[in-house]
Design a protein around this ligand. Sequence first.
Ligand code: NAP
Length: 542
Amino acid sequence: MRDVEVLVVGAGLAGLRALYGFRAEGFETLVLEASDEVGGVWNHNRYPGARCDVESYDYSYSFSKELEQEWRWTERYPTQPEILRYINHVADRFALRQDIEFQARVDVARFDEATATWEVEVQDGRRFRCRFLVLCLGQLSAPKLPHYPGQDSFAGETIVSATWPKDRGVDFTGKRVGILGTGSSGMQMTPVIAQTAAHVTVFQRTANYSVPAANAPLDDEEDRQVKANYAARRDLMRNSPTGLGFLPGKTKTLDVPEEEREAVFEKAYHRLGFGFALAYPDILLDEKANDAATEFLKRKIGERVSDPDLRRKLVPDNHRFGTRRPSVDSGYYEAFSRDNVELADIRAHPIVSFTQDGIITDIKHHELDVVIYATGFDALTGSILKPDIRGRGGLRLRDKWAGGPLTHFGIGTSGFPNMLIVGGPGSPSVLSNVMVSIEEQVDWFVAFLCHLRECGVGEVEVTEAAEQEWTAHVQERARETLYMTADSFYNGGELPGKPRVFMPYSGGVRNYRRLLQAAATNGYTGFELRPVPKAVEVAHDH
Ligand code: NAP
C-alpha cells in the first residue's frame, strides 16, 4: 500500500491543476488516472469535429505567466487535438507525469475513521492510502447510452463519441453512418463526417439551439495583443457571471425598442457564441425576455435551412433557449443541404428497434454500416458515483445522494471527511468556463489544506447544516431562473431514474468566488475541523 498526503483522482484539466497546486505547496501528491494518458474528456472525445466552444485564450490555465506567453493557439475555438497537445505540453513542462499513476481506475475508496485517512483500491488491486482525497472526475465524462430493442444484433460498427477509438483512425469513406444525438457532440461531428461518408442519418429526438461559431485562425497581431493584456482579460473572466469574460448588458430586454434589440441580438449572434445568452441580463430569468431571444434564434436557425419540412424539424419547439445547453456550431444546419445527409425525427417517428444492418423507426428502415452514439453523459454525479465511495460508518455516497447530491459549495459532503470535489454538483461547473472554476476551486483547496496543516488539523468534514443550507440555496437560485422549465442534464430530467434536482450553481462564478472566500475568511464556515486522531499521533512517534 502506497501512502501519500493528497490523492487526486483523474488527470484531466482539473486533476493536473490540482497536482500542480498541491505539489507547489509541498504536499506529497499522487494522481490516479484510469487511462494511460492525461487529458480526461479531451483524451477520450476524439470524434471528428470535436472542438471547444470557449475561446482558446480563455480555455487555458492562468497559473503560469510563462505558459500563458509561450503557448500559441492557432484558432479562436480550439480543436480537440490542439487542446490535447496543450494539456500534454503542460504535463511535460511542469513535470507532472512523474506523480501520475496511469491505468489506475479507482474502484473503491473507504474512509478509515481510526486514522482519518482514505484507503483507495484501483481495478488491478493496487492500494493507496491518503489523508485527503480530491476528486477531479469531470462533470461530463460518464457516457450515457440509450437502450433499444435489438441493439446487440447490429452487425456494423458501433462507436461512442465520448470513448472514440484512439488506436486507429475511423474511415467513413463509402459508409452509411447513423448519428444518435444532436447535442454539441452530434452537431459538431455531423458536417465533418458528411464530407467523407456515403450517407449520414442524424437521429434527432430534440432539436437544439445553436449559434454559429465565429471561428477564425488567430493571427500574430491578435496573439500579441491578447498576451500583452492577459491579466486584465483573466480579471474580466473571473468577474463575469460565466467565467467567459462576457458581462451582461445593463438594460432589460424589453426596455429597449425592438429595432435596437434586434441589432444587439444580431451582433451577439455573429460574434459572441455562448455570450449570446448574456446579450441582455434577463434572458435566462424572465419568460418574456427569453421569448424575444428564443424567437430571434428560431428565426436564425430557420434562415439556415432552405427546405421547409426540414426547417420545421430543425427549429426547436419544445424548450426555451438556454434552458438546455445550447451549442456553438460550424456548419451544422448547412450540412442538411447536402444530398448525403438525412434527418430522422425520432420524436415524431420513434426508433422501434435495431436490426443487423441498421435502425428501424415506425416509418423507415435506415440501412447503416456505422452507428455513433453522441447521446451525452450522466452529468455531474455520474463520474463521482461510479466508484464505490464509502464514508463514515461505511455510508455509501451512492446511497447518500440517491435523492440528489447534497454538498457544501459543491466541494464536500457530510459523512465523507477529507474528501474534496473539483467541479462538483453545487458549484458553477457546467454553467461556467470550467477552466476558471477549476482554478478558483483548486487554489481555494490548496489554501485550505495549508491552513489545516498550520493548525494541526487532520480531519475536516462538511456539517449537515451547511450542506442543507447550500443545497437549498442552489435550488433557490435555480428557481430565480428558467432552467427548471425544461428537462436537461443540468437537472437530471433527461435521464430516466435520475432525481430531477438542479445541480450546478446558477448564481455565477463571481458570486460563488465571493461566498467561498467569505467562508475561508470566517474560519472555513460549514466545515468541522478536528485534530489528527490520537492513535495516529502515537503511531507516528514510533
Ligand atoms: P448532450 O448535449 O447531452 O446531447 C445528447 C443528445 O443525445 C441529445 O440530443 C439527446 O436527445 C440525445 N439522446 C440521448 N438519449 C437518447 C436516446 N435514448 N435516443 C436518441 N437520442 C438520445 O450530449 P453531448 O452532445 O455529448 O454534449 C454534452 C456536453 O458536453 C455539452 O453540452 C458540453 O457541455 C460538452 N461538450 C462540449 C463541447 C464543446 O465544448 N464544444 C463539445 C462536446 C460536448 P434529447 O435532447 O432528446 O435528450
